[in-house]
Structures are given as structure tokens and as C-alpha cells.
Design a protein. Sequence first.
Length: 606
Amino acid sequence: MIERLEMIERLEMKVALVCRSFAPGQLRKQPWYMVDGIAHGLQARGAEVRLMTDGDPAGAVLCYPVQHVPALFERMRPAPELYRAIEEFGPDVTLVLTGAHELFRPSRFRLPGRVFALIGNQLFSGRELGRLSIQGIWLEWSLVKIPLLASTLGRPFLGHFWAKSGLAGAAYFSEASRSRHVAAGLPDGPVVLPQVGSVFSRRQWKGRGDGTLLYFGPPLLLRGADTAVRAFEQGCRAGFNGRLVLLLRAQEPYSLPSLRRVETLVERSPFRSRIKICTSYLSPEEIAAEVEVADAVLLPFKIVLSDPPLVTIEAGLSGCPLITFDTPGVSEFVHHFGGQVANSTEELASAMTRAVALAGSSPPPGGAVWHDWAEAVKPLAQTLDRDIVERLRDWRLICLCGVDGAGKTTLLRAICGKLDARKIAHRHVWLRFQNYLSKPLLALTRLTGHNYKVRVAGILIGYHDFQHNRLIGLSFLALQWIDNFLGILIRYRLSGRKALVMGDRSVLDTLVDLAVDTNLDGIVFGRYGRSLLALLPKPNAIVIVERPGEMIARDRPDACLERHQERRRELYRRAAVAFDLPLFVNAGDVDTGLQRVLRIIAEGER
């Protein structure tokens, strides 16, 4: 396991997950199951994850922190409690679990920083809506009313409201959900497929061989619990000699009217002696045991509310044949596991016979792809990582500054590699020691002994000792201002203006050099320094990189030979305060430092 984690490309960022009603009792249900899995996967990839919910997380044993927020959203905007919680956490990105219908209140997504939507619902087509009976819609109106309106009356306007929401992107939980939402005007985005426990694929499917059909899940008419009974009856009239087992989870109050409806259908069925109903809440192990001895699993979803249903994957991994309607969010998984897909109740009845007859003739695909959340969230993690790099397009100049050995060049090359991968035009510019008009003065001070070089441990180090001669110091500052003005003009502004300039050293490093050379810190870090920084192309991002002295001594011992090293470190810290610049302590590996610097630049973090 350790080797597996080391191979994962780490995602060094802070991620806030916003999810309604998250609680321990909900973790086996959609969409909370997906949110929990995504949090686990991002955490495994190195992200610092915090889940924020208005539910009661007490009793949940999780690998990531859960923060209770009294209110997440008000009528048209985020609740102040949620806004403050996100501001205090300071995430690089916030993921909000939502459905398409929430987009009609776009101001709800106006949260601090970058916000992505996790789309947890499906959009219905006319064909799927035609499967619904008036009675089914009436009994389950509380569940279906809002998704129904979003899929019909509101569908043409989804793209318009998405544009007003300010959301940075979207992720989906099935290919069908992505294709339908993109067709409705939402942006393309990664698909995170659900992962399930290995309890289903560990078992060897056997089947009873007596034509046992199994339905498991809530007794909702939208999920086809009544259709399973009717299809079974049609199959029996056509000669199917089997039985039907209904494992109906009916813990939620909204499912009780539908349960009574299904029970009534069974009581009135001429084949009721061959139908068994179980309403107990079964554990995954108990459900797996039932699937193990079934000859086929019948899951005739009419529509999908929370995308995607786990039962499809759980049953498919067991090797048991699957039978379902051609329903988005279901049929793509049934096809993957080699199941039977029908378009009507009559076709379901015929598929039952075929599925039982073909049982065991073609083993399903392996299940390894369905048990690894870290791998499942990889497309999402890559999207979030690319999003940070894409934001670098906003800058004209990015500079990393700091003492020798701080890791500036290494980090800058790593950033350039990211830019190359995204085909963002850039050029690497090293800007220091801009000596044009200053050359005569430097030549003169060589004669006076104020400008000299010393060989230390075989390395030649130059010094400008202008601290004790104010005239020389002020003259040098005046000439250096003109020289740096020319350097900025020539190196930054007149060459490749359209390309992002990646500055390895910059005017800020020159200011620190001048403070060391002249000891005129008050002038250098006052109006003088601000006037030079104001000449840089805008918008620009200047980051001061610091590294612990012992790490520099270990990796770059030559950088410690210069006698002003400690003073330079103090001056860089002073510059960070004087010019309100971010200072980053580079004390980790290159990947960690890269992610941190990218976040600082992209978000303007201090």
C-alpha cells in the first residue's frame, strides 16, 4: 500500500467539500456515498480535505475532518456561516455537491475562491418521463418535483444560469450525466466513477439454478420496484418458471406509501406464492450473500435521481447477470458488466429468460477498477491541478526571488514544465547585476578598494563595500536606478511581450543587493524601491522564497560562503513587509514546493 501511494501524483492543495445533510447514517446512500469517497480519494492523493455540512457528523469515523456549519445556504445566497467557514479554512478550491436545479439560484455559489460543482443528478429525457405513471409521480412527488422541473421547463436555461453562477467547472458521476448536462449548456468536466467495497467481488457467484430473480433497493416506483413485479408476472405468463425476491429498504418516510403500493401489487398477483418480500435493512455482506445465490438481478430503473445507483455496480461485480431499462446512469454500467438492457416491460420479461439461460457463459470484467478511490478521483485531481496552472495566464510577469540556494531556479523550471504541458507561452529571464551606466563608477571603486573580490574555498566572491562612503553609495543608487530601468525595458518589455515572463531573480534581488552594498536600507526599501517595482509589467506576481539555513548548507554549501548571507535573509523578510509580498518557506520536496508556489501565485495568497 505504501508503494502504491508513493506512485500517486500528489495533489498539494486545500480542498473544501460542501455537502448537505452529511451524517454517518447516510454514508451508504447516494449522493453522500460519492462525497465521502471523493474526500477519501483526494486525501489519499495528498490534498488537505475538509468537509462542511449542516448535518450531524457525530459518530462518523473518517480520515478527514468534518466541520458542522449551522446553515449552508439561504434562499438566494450562501449562508454567512458557510462563507466565514470557507474564509477561515482558506481552500484552494471548494467543491459543492449540487444538482442542476440549484443553478437557477446562481448567487448561491458566490463563495470565496474557486468553486467547482459536483453534479449529483441526472437530466431526464421524454422517453424516461414517459415511463412514469401519474400514481408514481403523485406518491413520490417530494422526490421528483424539482429534478422534473429542471429536466423539462428549466433545461433550455441551464447554460444561461451556469454563466451567471461564477462556477469554475463541473465534475460528474457518470458518462451519461456528463453528456446530457454538456448538451444542456454546462461545461465539460471529469467523471468520477463510484467505487464499492470488495465484499461483492470477493464472492464466487453461484446462483440457485431455479430462476431466482433479485431486486434490491428502496421500494420506489421511480426505481421500478412495481415494474419488477409486473415484468415478473409477464415472464411467468410466458412460461418463465422462477421466483422473485424483493429486498426493499424502506427506512425513509417518503418510501412508505410506495412500499404499501408494491405490497398491494404482490398481494393481488396471481404469482404471489413465488414472490418474497424482505423489508429489513441489510448490510453489504447480507446483500452480497443474497446476490450470490440469485440467478439474475432485476433493476428496472425508470429514472435516476441520485447519480449513479450503487446497486448496479455491486451486483455487476458479483458476476450475477443484470437486467435493467435503458436508463442514463444505469445502462452504461450494465453494458460494462455484460447485462441485459430493455426498453419496455415486455422486453424486461424476455430478458429475464435470456439472462438466466446465459448465466455464467461470459464472466464479467475484473473488479479492480471499482475499489480504488485515489484512482477514481484522478481525473478530478488533474482538473483541479490544471485549473491552478491555467490561472497563470492572468499574469505578465512571475518572479521568484531569494537568497542563493533557496530553490528558486528549481521551482521556476518546474513551473515552466507545467506551462509547457498546458501550451502556455513563456520565457525564462534572469535579471540581476544590470550595470550599464554604473560600470565607470564600479571601475573607479576597484581602484579605491571599495569594490573587490575574495577567493573562499576556491570560489571567487565579489563585494561592494560602499557602506562607509555615503557619496559613493548614493551615486551608485542613482546609476543603478537608471540601469534597472533600462534592464526592465529591454529584458521584460521590448522582448516577446505576449509571452509570460518567468523571472529568475528580478529587481527585488537587486534592491537587496543595494541594501547590502550601501547600508541605505531606508532609502532602498522606501520610495526608491517602490518606484522600481512600479516599472515591472503588470499584472505581476513576485514571490520571495526562503529556505532553512541548514538545508541550504546541506544542498548548496557554496552559497553559505558569502559573509552577508544572514543579512540578506533578514533583508528579504523586510522587503516582504515593505512591499507587501508573499514569502514562502521552501522546506519540503520539489513537488510540495511547486504546489505551494502555484497556489500563492494563482490565488494571490500571502
